[in-house]
Design a protein around this ligand. Structure first.
Ligand SMILES: Cc1cc2nc3c(=O)[nH]c(=O)nc-3n(C[C@H](O)[C@H](O)[C@H](O)COP(=O)(O)O)c2cc1C
Length: 221
C-alpha cells in the first residue's frame, strides 16, 4: 500500500472476518515495529500476543469489549519501567557505529539512563508510555499495510491485566490492540471518516496560541 493510503485509510475496526493471521505475517508486523523510534533508543516495549481461547481472558479484563474475541489476535503492549533494561548493548552499538564519539560519551549516556532509572515511578511511566505508544502506532500501520485492521484500546483494567497474564509489576500495560482481517464492510474506505480537527486549528506556527475550547455544558443548557 502507498504510504498515504496507509495513513489516510486506517481506521479502528471492530468487525473481523474469521481468517487467522499466520505466524509469519505476525512476525512481519513486528519486524516493522522494530524501526519505531524510542527514547535513548532503549526500545522499552514488549508485546504479548493473545490468540484463540485466551482472547476470552483478555476480554474479561477489557470491560467485555466485544471486538476482543472477534479479532484474530490482540496485542498487549507492555512497557518496561526500568530504562536500564537494554542500555548497555544499545550504548555499545552507538559507540561502535560512531554515533557516540568515545568511551567517555558512552559512559555519560549510561549515567543519564541510570539517572532516569532512579527517577520516580511516574516519570518512568511517562518515559515508557511515550516510546511504546509510537511503537503501537507503527504496529497498526504495519498491519494495515498488509490489509490487517486494528483497534487501539485504552479501555482495560491494568491491574487485572497484570494478574490475569502474570505480568510483573515493573511492566506497564500501555495499550491493547486488536488485529484481524476486517469484515467486508468494516474497513470500507468509502465510509465517511469520523470528524477530524482541521490542521490549521491545531498547528501553532512559531508560538502557542490556545484555540477556543468548546464550552462545557452548564446547568442552564
Ligand atoms: C488511547 C486510545 C484508546 C482507545 N480506546 C479504545 C477502546 O477502549 N475501545 C475502542 O473500541 N476503541 C478505542 N480507541 C479507538 C478510538 O475510538 C478511535 O481511534 C477514534 O474513534 C478514531 O477513529 P479511527 O481510529 O477509526 O480514526 C482508542 C484509541 C486510542 C488512541
Amino acid at each position: 500500500m502507498e504510504f498515504d493510503d496507509v495513513i489516510h485509510t486506517r481506521r479502528s475496526v471492530h468487525q473481523y472476518s474469521d481468517a487467522d493471521i499466520d505466524e509469519e505475517t505476525l512476525y512481519d508486523l513486528f519486524e516493522d515495529v522494530r524501526f519505531a523510534p524510542s527514547s535513548f533508543n532503549l526500545q522499552p516495549w514488549e508485546f504479548l500476543v493473545v490468540r484463540g481461547d485466551d482472547l476470552d481472558r483478555l476480554q474479561s479484563v477489557a470491560y467485555g469489549q466485544e471486538h476482543v474475541t472477534d479479532a484474530a489476535a490482540a496485542v498487549v503492549v507492555l512497557g518496561t519501567l526500568d530504562p536500564s533494561d537494554h542500555a548497555e548493548r544499545v550504548t555499545r552499538d552507538l559507540l561502535e557505529k560512531g554515533y557516540l564519539p568515545d568511551e567517555e560519551a558512552a559512559e555519560a549516556r549510561l549515567d543519564s539512563v541510570e539517572g532516569l532509572a532512579n527517577a520516580d515511578e511516574e516519570t518512568r511511566r511517562v518515559w515508557t508510555v511515550q516510546s511504546c505508544t509510537l511503537a503501537t502506532m507503527a504496529l497498526m500501520h504495519a498491519a494495515w499495510n498488509r490489509g490487517i485492521a486494528s483497534c487501539p484500546m485504552g479501555g482495560y483494567d491494568a491491574d487485572a491485566v497484570h494478574e490475569e497474564f502474570d505480568v510483573p509489576a515493573d511492566y506497564e500495560p500501555v495499550c491493547l490492540v486488536t488485529l484481524g482481517y476486517p469484515e467486508d464492510e468494516a474497513a470500507d474506505i468509502e465510509r465517511p471518516r469520523k470528524f477530524r480537527r482541521p490542521a490549521d486549528e491545531f498547528v501553532h506556527l512559531d508560538g502557542f496560541d490556545p484555540v477556543a475550547r468548546e464550552s462545557p455544558a452548564t446547568a442552564d443548557d
